[in-house]
Design a protein around this ligand. Sequence first.
Ligand code: SF4
Ligand code: FES
Length: 259
Amino acid sequence: MSANENKLINLTLKVWRQKGPDLKGALETYEARNISTDMSFLEMFDVVNEGLILEGKDPISFDHDCREGICGACGAVVNGRAHGPEEGTTLCQLHMRHFNDGDVVVVEPWRSKAFKIIKDLVVDRSALDKIIQSGGYISVNTGGAPDANAIPIAQEVSDLAMDAASCIGCGACVASCPNASAMLFVGAKVSQLKLLPQGEIESDKRAIAMVEAMDCLGFGNCTNEGECEVECPKGISITNIARLNRSYFKARSLFNKNK
Ligand code: SF4
Ligand code: FES
């Protein structure tokens, strides 16, 4: 058991409050009292919100669903780090034992032109869905499960595809990138399909469509800063961006040749 487990701590929270998308927001201060270090960050918010509701105040809005690090719904910038200080951890899986009694904790929403703030810490991440809608799927007939099982795929290739497929679409890569680029997300989505024979067929078309959608939706470009890889809770490697770039430039040169 670590020194900080099974304790009660008090924190000062500075949380971004914003009533609506086009309204001005500001950091507001709240005291979080008697927080068990066994709680998750979102459970700590639940406690603070119960107090706010009892006082007749508006609870802090934040996104969440599974609370198991699977769905990608949660996320906020905690003391300047997307999903908080622990590597490979979503906000819902971040435990209060990583904080100390008396800490001041600043919590802000994902900030990006493409992610409009809906309320407080809740942002509209539908731009990521629109990128997927532009081409992040397989539309050719791939047969049934027995057909897929009949295609031999090298273990190392299927491992790379599975690693890329672990992206949960949380948007932390965008929030941590100085250019608010979604290249790690797009790189993961393109890679998980391109690495397998069923996805390779449409990979040229897919790379162009998804990069163009990303540009249109207001995300920035990748300049190899690397913050996205550090802050990604699923450890998605920036080698997926390199794979995306190779696919995109190859597809573009073929497209230009055939014009
Ligand atoms: S690449 Fe990582 S940080 Fe970006 S959306 Fe996927 S899981 Fe989240
Ligand atoms: S609530 Fe689902 S990943 Fe955090």
